[in-house]
Design a protein around this ligand. Structure first.
Ligand code: G1P
Length: 309
């Protein structure tokens, strides 16, 4: 079994990030020096994905333009010997196929995934939600692909969250634990209140699913928020006798679909960036000094100043 196709659902309206997202798709917001969706595509490419099926909607044309050649721009850059400014994106365009599918009505994540059924066909497929940026040495989706291939099963990425936060996520009920990070799933619930949550293991936006997910979505009626939920369709896969595993992926996850998560991701990524890391660290140390002064904690500064500055 090989996983070569990935669905990126990008039809959402970005309401958690208004007014910024009124005319600019949230997937195109910059994380340091490239749009959020480019991190998602790079994660897929590093995991041997060859074909991305982007679920798009109205006012998302800039996504298509970003992953397309721009001869005018390239000619100008070439004449100014600045070709390296776009080389990372050109490499992506060379290596990868993009298919764009429109979700005609906003009927939920499950419905968005279902619109990709013809493009995917009868193979296992990766799903990457572009709000969830996961950084770390091993791409998150490749961690799931490894398990799905070994165990011939469906896999969802999870992380532990405080129990009061379960209402923001799909949550898994555990049947069996195989190792500190790997679980067999008994059931899944979309956005349960803390009292109803079967665990504090929340789904973060990475999945590897069998092609039967498309029939399962068709059998799924609307659930939480009146929408067709992917989580409910995965429960259907379980009741149809398929195995679903949950894996605590290694890496740091940022929810860049809302301002605070986006700001945190920018700072963390800037710190790791070869061109900006050092300057960013210096800036944060200066801010830290200002905050300590503001809080009347100058004595801490006098103890640490020599080592810090
Ligand atoms: C979606 C899924 C949810 C998952 C979350 C991860 O919810 O429906 O199960 O936990 O993504 O980010 P959304 O955040 O789109 O409402």
């Amino acid at each position: 079994m090989k996983v070569k196709k990935a669905i990126i659902p990008a039809a959402g309206l970005g309401t958690r990030f208004l007014p910024q997202t009124k005319s600019i798709p949230k997937e195109m917001l910059p994380l340091v020096d490239k749009p959020a969706i480019q991190y998602i595509v790079e994660e897929g490419i590093r995991s041997s994905i060859e074909n991305f099926i982007v679920i798009s909607g109205r006012s998302k044309k800039s996504l298509e333009d970003h992953f397309d050649l721009a001869p005018e721009l390239e000619n100008i850059l070439e004449s100014k010997s600045k070709k390296d400014l776009t080389s990372s994106i050109e490499k992506i365009i060379e290596k990868t196929d993009f298919t764009y599918v429109r979700q005609k009505e906003p009927l939920g994540l499950g419905h968005a995934i279902w619109t990709a059924r013809h493009a995917v066909g009868r193979e296992h497929v990766a799903i990457l939600l572009p709000d969830d940026i996961i950084t770390g040495p091993v791409p998150a989706i490749s961690q799931l692909i490894k398990i799905a291939t070994q165990e011939k099963c469906n896999v969802v990425a999870v992380r532990e969250v405080p129990i009061e936060d379960t209402k923001h996520y799909g949550v898994v009920a555990i049947k069996k634990q195989f190792s500190p990070n790997l679980f067999q799933v008994k059931n899944l619930v979309e956005k349960p209140e803390p009292n109803d949550a079967p665990s504090n293991l929340a789904i973060i936006g990475r999945y590897v699913l069998s092609p039967n997910i498309f029939d399962a979505i068709e059998e799924t009626s609307s659930g939480h928020g009146g929408e067709i939920q992917l989580t409910d369709a995965i429960s259907k896969l379980l009741s149809n006798g398929e195995k679903v595993f949950a894996y605590k992926v290694q890496g740091t996850r940022y929810d860049v679909g809302k301002p605070l998560g986006w700001l945190k991701a920018n700072i963390s990524l800037a710190l790791k960036h070869p061109d900006y890391g050092e300057q960013m660290l210096k800036h944060l140390k200066e801010l830290d000094r200002d905050i300590l002064l503001m809080e009347g904690k100058a004595e801490i500064l006098s103890k640490t100043s020599e080592s810090m500055f």
